[in-house]
Design a protein around this ligand. Structure first.
Ligand code: AMP
Length: 291
């Protein structure tokens, strides 16, 4: 009698860890389709878990690959690359619990003399692109490399990184990359703070003030729903609300057009308010869609 098809709940036990690019290419070439990729930098939390769960549902009896790679190319000088949390054993447990089939966790994906970069030159320019020069060049390059290594049918990203989703969609469109981009809503703490691997850096005082970011965005959404459409008014409301948190230092608050990510004078339905805020040395980002 043939063995029954391997069920989802048997998967954790079979979770493969792939450390090299050739081994990953071999695995992905013969893996059951569709293959769905979830790119991460590890230190996995419930937000990542939701992405992996979505990938599992999308893949069905196909294959879910989670990549875990703290990508040096997307960190600027003086940013937190060196101290970014690395928690592989716990990450593996999250991947297993969500039914992933394989983790791609390379030491590096760059040749010592790597010299080819992917530059998106429009939607990557404002917001985090302005604050973190070179960040999206690093993101695009590593994501395209992950795509060429694993050849996924689809890849899942979180809307918490709103601009990243827009940049990846643009890259995939412009370069005819045959990967479906799927996005997932932001998973939050009960007090509204968006889950982030960087929340672990916050002191208790900073953590206590961090929910002000979400409260400010909700205040702006409420104002928009009452009919306030002027981008500048909404922006000022968010800025002033966040500024009531004494430890907060605002990097940017922008009301942007959903398609271009350019500042919107009038916030139409679907416009987004995006913010980046330092609490102490920790930079947090969040956003809200006006609808
Ligand atoms: P990272 O490990 O921070 O590079 O994030 C990997 C993926 O997880 C990205 O697509 C993020 O947008 C997504 N992600 C991070 N935090 C959250 C969250 N709180 N909710 C949903 N997705 C998230």
């Amino acid at each position: 009698m043939p063995l029954p098809a391997r069920g989802r709940y048997a998967r954790g036990a079979d979770l493969k860890t792939l450390r090299s690019i050739p081994a990953t290419q071999r695995f992905c070439r013969t893996a059951p389709r569709p293959l769905v990729l979830v790119p991460t930098m590890g230190a996995l939390h419930a937000g990542h878990a939701a992405l992996i769960a979505r990938a599992r549902r999308l893949a069905g009896s196909g294959t879910v690959v989670v990549s875990i790679f703290v990508n040096p190319a997307q960190f600027g000088a003086g940013e937190d690359f060196g101290r970014y949390p690395r928690t592989f054993a716990a990450d593996r447990a999250v991947c297993a619990a969500q039914g992933a089939d394989a983790i791609f966790a390379p030491g590096s994906v760059y040749a010592a003399d790597h010299s080819t970069w992917v530059n998106e030159e429009a939607v990557s320019v404002p917001l985090c692109g302005a604050s973190r020069p070179g960040h999206f060049r690093g993101v695009c390059t590593v994501v395209l490399k992950l795509f060429t290594i694993t050849q996924p049918d689809a890849a899942v990203f979180g809307q918490k990184d709103y601009q990243q989703c827009a940049v990846i969609r643009r890259m995939v469109r412009d370069l005819n990359v045959p990967v479906r981009i799927v996005t997932m809503p932001t998973v939050r703490e009960r007090d509204g703070l968006a889950l982030s691997s960087r929340n672990a850096y916050l002191s208790p005082e900073e953590r206590a003030q961090a929910p002000m970011i979400r409260q400010a965005l909700l205040a702006a959404l409420a104002a928009w729903r009452r009919g306030v459409r002027e981008g500048e008014k909404l922006r000022r409301l968010v800025w002033q609300t966040i500024s009531t948190a004494p430890l907060a230092r605002i990097d940017y608050v922008e009301v942007v057009d959903a398609a271009t990510l350019e500042p919107a004078e009038q916030a139409a339905r679907g416009a987004t308010i995006a913010v980046a805020v330092f609490l102490g040395a920790t930079r947090l980002i969040d956003n809200i869609q006006l609808r």
